[in-house]
Design a binder for this molecule. Structure first.
Ligand SMILES: O=C(O)CNC(=O)[C@H](CS)NC(=O)CCC(=O)C(=O)O
Length: 275
């Protein structure tokens, strides 16, 4: 059994202010006895334009990430955080999830595979205009609290990558996110719980929640879901979201095993392809 913390706040274009919030969440998680802190997608900054994002990127690399690493080693805490990272093009960033071990080193990372390009009546977002998509799945990481699969936000809508990670041994899936308000209200909880029930694994979804700038608001509702689909802890959602917070949950790998034994999901790979 290991206690983990799942964080929520609203990042702005002030990288140092975002770091201060993340460091305070790390202190809270450690004081509560957590072994790991999960932070949202884009914890380093939410910009109001792709051009502004590019100007903030150096501060993410030289200030935000080293600051998080220091927090991890200071508190002997694993930190799993969404950040931006340089890409192969000077005009694009990567949307990355880093795993920082308790010694304060980035040991693993994952680049978001599925980019969020939507055109709703109320909202248009084109992540592909600013972001280079990843090109591989990071195999599950052996951590002190279980084998962890890395995904990011919009990846949540693609059960194939979750299945691939579970087939590779994942016991926990991370979905750090910055869901929009209309899609969050409609889909966030049901998708997270579905991924946990289908994968028979824990799902840990740190989230941006609240207003970032005059154009952008995130739904919030960071949560930890059990392999049986129960919500074990959750942060505020919708209008209520805004203040930095954490929710806590126990990860019991015995429960992952029990659910998989009690309800075996034997696939008909004679009929459809195995992933
Ligand atoms: O670009 C950044 O700085 C941070 N990244 C994001 O906010 C990303 C891309 S715009 N958001 C999502 O993927 C939301 C997905 C979503 O809301 C859904 O699937 O419904």
């Amino acid at each position: 059994m290991a206690l983990i913390a799942c964080g929520q706040f609203s990042a702005t274009n002030d990288v140092l202010a975002n770091l201060k919030i993340c460091r305070s969440l790390a202190a809270r998680a450690a004081a509560a006895g957590a072994k790991a802190l999960f932070l949202p997608e884009a914890s380093d900054y939410i910009s109001s334009s792709p051009a502004e994002g590019l100007t903030l990127l150096p501060q993410s690399t030289t200030l935000f990430l080293p600051g998080l690493c220091l927090a991890a080693s200071t508190h002997s805490l694993s930190i799993i955080a969404g950040i931006h990272a340089p890409s192969s093009s000077p005009d694009l960033v990567r949307n990355t999830l880093v795993y920082i071990s308790t010694t304060g080193l980035v040991s693993h990372s994952y680049n978001k595979l599925h980019l969020f390009d939507i055109t709703l009546p109320s909202l248009t977002l084109r992540e592909s205009a600013s972001t280079e998509a990843g090109s591989s799945i990071t195999p599950p990481i052996a951590t002190p609290f279980g084998r962890l699969g890395l995904q990011i936000c919009f990846d949540l809508r693609f059960p194939e990558t979750a299945r691939a990670l579970v087939n590779q041994g994942a016991e926990i899936l991370a979905y750090p996110s910055a869901f929009t308000v209309p899609t969050g209200r409609a889909h966030w909880e049901v998708l997270l719980r579905a991924r946990a029930v289908e994968g028979q694994c824990y799902v840990v979804a740190a989230a941006q929640g609240g207003r970032h700038n005059e154009k952008r608001v995130s739904w919030g509702g960071a949560m930890v879901v059990s392999p049986w689909g129960e919500v074990l802890g959750r942060c505020k959602e919708g209008e209520e979201a805004g203040e930095p917070e954490i929710c806590l949950a126990e990860v019991d790998l015995g429960l992952v095993h029990r659910v998989r034994v009690e309800c075996p999901l034997r696939r008909r790979t004679d009929v459809y392809a195995e992933l």
